[in-house]
Design a protein around this ligand. Structure first.
Ligand code: DWN
Length: 436
């Protein structure tokens, strides 16, 4: 069946629960983002879903809502895993609701990240740190406290305004080679360029890395951190597949793309944040820093895993189907026993999970969340209302479904008294678990 026909069929199914669903505009990706090969192989399709951060104001519930097909493929040549669809970044990042500062574990992670970089690269008050995808300036605020010069770049105009108001100079734009030229003209070359949970969001890696190479001082270092493909596959983190995440990154394809632009990876570190992330340290080709053994070790682990082999993704696909079945069975049991359940963490991943598993507001009547921008809004597709986190104290549900599973430890710790009082917290990924 051709793409148009399958989209129309999927849309007719979605319209059974969301009559306002329409097919949004998207492009189909036919070449590898890293090596430009056309040897792409489908891994899994999640059907039609709305924008992951497409939260709705009340009046928008009666308007048309765009859905897009969502599937990922791997490159048979370099092992790159990427989305098969491209939704215009402007429509996703123009007016954004995700705030880095809304999650304490992320704030703490970035504070220690800044300390590590400051000490390891012996930064001084003359050093310039440029953060690509700087959001509300949570990361740069630490460098400012440490005394370096700072500059943020973020396309979300609403959030860049908040950052500038809070004393974090931020350019409200997408980073690009052109923008790097104007930054050099106004400021200086950067001693450190950071990109935290950004590289996976960027459609044109050549332009991104050419801009990094131009902006970076000859002795500078580019540090990118992103969810790591091996963690993503091994822990079936399928709800992080969404239209903001164009790539699911591993060292091999990333190195291909960086080398193309005169850059090389010299070190890499794994972190548990966001379900398992990789931090890579990059310098200009043939720079003065030596490559560590970690890079080689990770590369051989990826080749052993077989990132460019179909068989490597069979278990991953099976886990997704099992998680959907187990979650629906669990929710049906609760509604049969007249139990009550709410969601915790109105995250982009949570929205993908709710739409793919088809959890409607009848099954999950509301979600608590710490992000002020999301309060009073409704989640995309299934239209579940988002209320302040503190509301959980009045609600006292029988169960709480933790949608932000990547922060489960923090959320469980924060609510240990409620758990002690008998409220059961549930995490569905990598498999359904009840904490009591
Ligand atoms: O790459 C991205 C990641 C880094 O952040 C972006 N594309 C979009 C976003 O994805 P997400 O929305 O899935 O991110 P989080 O940070 O996993 O979302 C966690 C949600 O949970 C936030 O809305 C905040 C909320 N939360 C809460 O209510 N109480 C989080 C914690 C830790 C809490 O205690």
């Amino acid at each position: 069946m051709n793409k148009m026909k399958s989209d129309k069929l999927l849309l007719s199914i979605i319209r059974k629960t969301n009559k306002k669903a329409v097919l949004g505009k998207y492009k189909t990706v036919t070449r590898c983002r890293a090596c430009d090969s056309s040897d792409l192989h489908k891994i899994f399709s999640l059907g039609l879903v709305p924008r992951p951060n497409g939260f709705l104001k009340k009046y928008m519930l009666s308007l048309k809502e765009e859905y897009f097909p969502l599937s990922i493929s791997f490159c048979g040549k370099c092992g790159m895993v990427q989305l098969d669809q491209l939704v215009e970044p402007e429509t996703m990042f123009g007016d954004y609701v995700y705030l880095t500062s809304a999650s304490k574990p992320m704030v703490e992670h970035l504070e220690s990240f800044a300390d590590t970089v400051y000490k390891r690269f012996k930064l001084t008050p003359r050093s310039l740190v440029v953060d690509i995808g700087s959001n509300d300036g949570t990361f740069l605020r630490h460098f400012k406290k440490l005394g370096t010069k700072i500059l943020g770049v973020d396309p979300a105009k609403n959030i860049a305004r908040v950052a500038n108001k809070n004393g974090i100079p931020t350019i409200a734009d997408f980073f690009s080679t052109n923008l790097s030229k104007s930054i050099i003209a106004k400021h200086k070359k950067a001693d450190v360029i950071t990109a935290v949970n950004v590289v996976a969001h960027v459609p044109n890696w050549n332009d991104l890395f050419e801009g990094v190479n131009r902006l970076l001082d000859d002795n500078g270092v580019f540090i990118a951190e992103f969810p790591y493909l091996l963690d993503f596959v091994k822990k079936a983190e399928f709800d992080t597949i969404y239209h903001e995440h164009l790539s699911y990154i591993s060292i091999r394809p990333l190195e291909v793309a960086l080398n193309e632009q005169g850059l090389e990876i010299i070190d890499a570190e794994r972190y548990s944040i966001h379900g398992g992330s990789l931090r890579v340290y990059v310098q200009k080709m043939n720079g003065r820093r030596k490559k560590t053994a970690t890079v080689k070790r990770l590369l051989s682990a990826e080749i052993k895993f077989g990132t460019n082999k179909k068989k490597s993704y069979v278990a991953f696909s099976g886990s997704i189907i099992k998680i959907k079945k187990d979650t629906n069975r669990f929710l049906n049991k609760i509604s049969k026993n007249k139990g009550s359940i709410i969601g915790y963490g109105a995250s982009a991943k949570g929205n993908i999970f709710l739409n793919y598993v088809q959890i409607t507001k009848e099954k999950l009547p509301l979600i608590v969340d710490s992000t002020k921008y999301k309060h009073g809004l409704f989640t995309p597709g299934v239209h579940i209302p988002v209320v302040p986190e503190e509301k959980i104290l009045d609600l006292k549900p029988d169960y709480v479904l933790v949608l932000a599973w990547n922060f489960a430890d923090t959320i469980l710790e924060k609510n240990r008294k409620l758990i002690k009082s008998g409220i059961k917290f549930v995490v569905a990924i990598p498999k359904l678990r009840i904490y009591k």
